[in-house]
Write a protein that binds this ligand. Structure first.
Ligand code: SF4
Ligand code: SF4
Length: 326
């Protein structure tokens, strides 16, 4: 049995904001304890205005999840050294980030943080500029099972609900994901197209995502900014995306290549969603780019369905403004 205080100490040393332990066999039969972990992305350079041309939501300006994975691996290795090392490392621990486990639920159950009105978790009473992940370990941890009391950190504050551009956040912590700009940024097809009435008035010149309900939260003030050289972080892509002219002519794989190592380059975000977002970000003030892209779609090497989708989007946009397409 390992002492939790050693693990907590090591987690701090690694730069994790907080970890919390959950004894469970409900969520996984293979591991005895889940360590819920949080990592801040409140970097001094990570504060671009949401109205900036090509804005990229700050939780994804670098691959903070990869950074969390690196730190959890170091924590897993540390725990391994505390054991008798009779099992293999991959039998002792497993890292789960953005997988089938419900990170928020585990964070709540373990006491990592409290749920806020913007549906995110406040860690250490420092607001919600954190990414979450889990380290599952197959070893008992020596700790007092304390009762977790959820605290209403929001009190009478309403700022995030009032500032959500699409009205996705509602009273009583209800959240309509289907009209959240953050969610919609990576969706394609009807899920996106049918929400254009919500999207168009608020998209402005953003490229990906929305963090307004995070940015307005006064609890973040307690989360000290981290100083670092941005380019040294894994998957750093900058705070704005300003594609070169070559992207006016669409080439398969070209957009993904720009985001290698970042979540935006991952398979679960369709490339066509990124191209569509690029069209949208230029739609209001740079219509010639939209027209050029429209005209180059047929000549591109995209799949037929992708071509059809992009042409459909540009034609739908025409209903919202006077893009002249020949
Ligand atoms: S991310 Fe943006 S659109 Fe989504 S709930 Fe927050 S403020 Fe609203
Ligand atoms: S902005 Fe106010 S209501 Fe929203 S999460 Fe932060 S403290 Fe809670």
């Amino acid at each position: 049995m390992i002492s939790n205080s050693n693990i907590i100490e090591k987690a701090k040393e690694l730069g994790l904001e907080k970890i919390a332990f959950l004894h469970t066999t409900e969520l996984t039969n293979d591991f005895k304890v889940i360590i819920s972990a949080s990592l801040s992305y409140n970097y001094n350079w990570n504060n671009e205005s949401e109205s900036a041309f090509g804005y990229i939501a700050r939780y994804t300006t670098a691959n903070f999840y990869k950074l969390l994975r690196i730190k959890l691996k170091a924590l897993g290795d540390f725990i391994y050294q505390q054991t008798e090392m009779t099992m293999k490392k991959n039998e002792l621990y497993h890292i789960s980030i953005n997988s089938n486990l419900n990170d928020k639920q585990i964070a709540l159950q373990s006491g990592l943080g409290n749920i806020l009105n913007n549906s995110l978790i406040s860690v250490n009473h420092k607001g919600c500029k954190f990414v979450l992940g889990n380290l599952l370990i197959n070893e008992d941890v020596d700790m007092c099972d304390s009762v977790i009391h959820q605290v209403n950190e929001c009190g009478s504050c309403h700022l995030c609900i009032d500032s959500c551009p699409t009205g996705a956040l509602k009273e009583n912590r209800l959240f309509d994901k289907s009209i959240c700009l953050q969610h919609l940024s990576s969706q394609i097809g009807d899920e996106f197209d049918s929400k254009l009435d919500y999207i168009i008035p608020h998209w402005n010149e953003r490229f990906f995502g929305c963090t307004r309900c995070v940015d307005v939260c006064p609890l973040n003030n307690k989360n000290q900014q981290i100083e670092c050289i941005a380019h040294e972080l894994p998957g750093y892509i900058g705070t704005v995306f300003t594609a070169d002219d070559c992207l006016k002519t669409i080439k398969k794989g070209e957009f993904k290549k720009k985001f290698t190592g970042n979540q935006l380059g991952a398979n679960w975000i369709p490339e066509v969603a990124l191209i569509r977002n690029y069209i949208l970000m230029n739609f209001k003030n740079n219509k010639s780019i939209c027209m050029e892209m429209y005209n180059s779609i047929d000549k591109s090497d995209l799949d037929t369905a992708e071509k059809k989708y992009l042409k459909k989007i540009i034609l739908l946009l025409k209903n919202y403004d006077d893009i002249s397409i020949k």
